[in-house]
Design a protein around this ligand. Sequence first.
Ligand code: SAM
Length: 292
Amino acid sequence: MQKDIATPVRTKEIMEKHGFSFKKSLGQNFLIDPNILRNITEYAGLTKETGVIEIGPGIGALTEHLARTAKKVAAYEIDQRLLPILADTLSPYDNVKIIHEDILKADIQQMIEEEFADVKEIMVVANLPYYVTTPIILKLLEEKLPIRGIVVMLQKEVGDRIAAKPGTKEYGSLSIAIQYYTTAETVMIVPKSVFIPQPNVDSAVIRMLLRERPAVSVRDEVFFFQIAKMSFAQRRKTLMNNLTSGLPDGKKRKSDIAHALELAGIEPSRRGETLSMNEFAALSDALFPLFG
Ligand code: SAM
């Protein structure tokens, strides 16, 4: 087996050979620690029957670990300059397909149909570009792709918000959006020193495994997410205040809102951050016939 790409020496060699320079605007912080990569693949629970979707292979540091453990890897890379480098570094692996596309614009469902007909399960595994972490994760979940889960490196602060429990300062509409679809947990905290260049923030690996069905059942999903977002619009305000500001004609229809809160068994003076997912579901179901 060839020496890992993700060592400081080999990464520098590859970059010099190809005259590559980092683009900060594309979130290019490459991993240079093979142990971290081994841990990430282990947390993803990959087997020779898994198809992996990777986002942002960079020079292939994580990709080669995925290729060694999974059946097939499809990796989306936006930066054209990396394509010849990846063709070089990943030449020992015949189970990797590099797709030169912005993940946010990609038809992932179609790619899955074309590339993953012969795999038993699909996982998303990536060291995400930090400037677009949240839109990427939400796209993967909202498109209801046939994936088992997502294991990704991201900013620790975003990871904390994704996995947050009610009553904490990190808990918000992002926690709800993601925990609605998945069980989300932080599996590893990662120091800055394992990247070049080093990012400004600490990182974490988050594992999100898709639930068989959403955490709560609601009358209308879009409305449920709108109510959750509205309830956190101004964190210091009460639920009643945020709802009267956010709902159409809310100020005139205070009694309708009070009625819905009562129906859902929620005190109007509470703050959004204290509501569990079940309480948000009860609240949005009570508001939906009136405002949906
Ligand atoms: N996987 C490599 C590693 O761990 O060393 C590189 C990770 S680096 C944090 C993020 C990668 O995502 C970069 O290669 C960057 O060019 C790529 N990228 C940035 N925005 C992207 C997008 N919208 N779609 C696909 N790839 C993107």
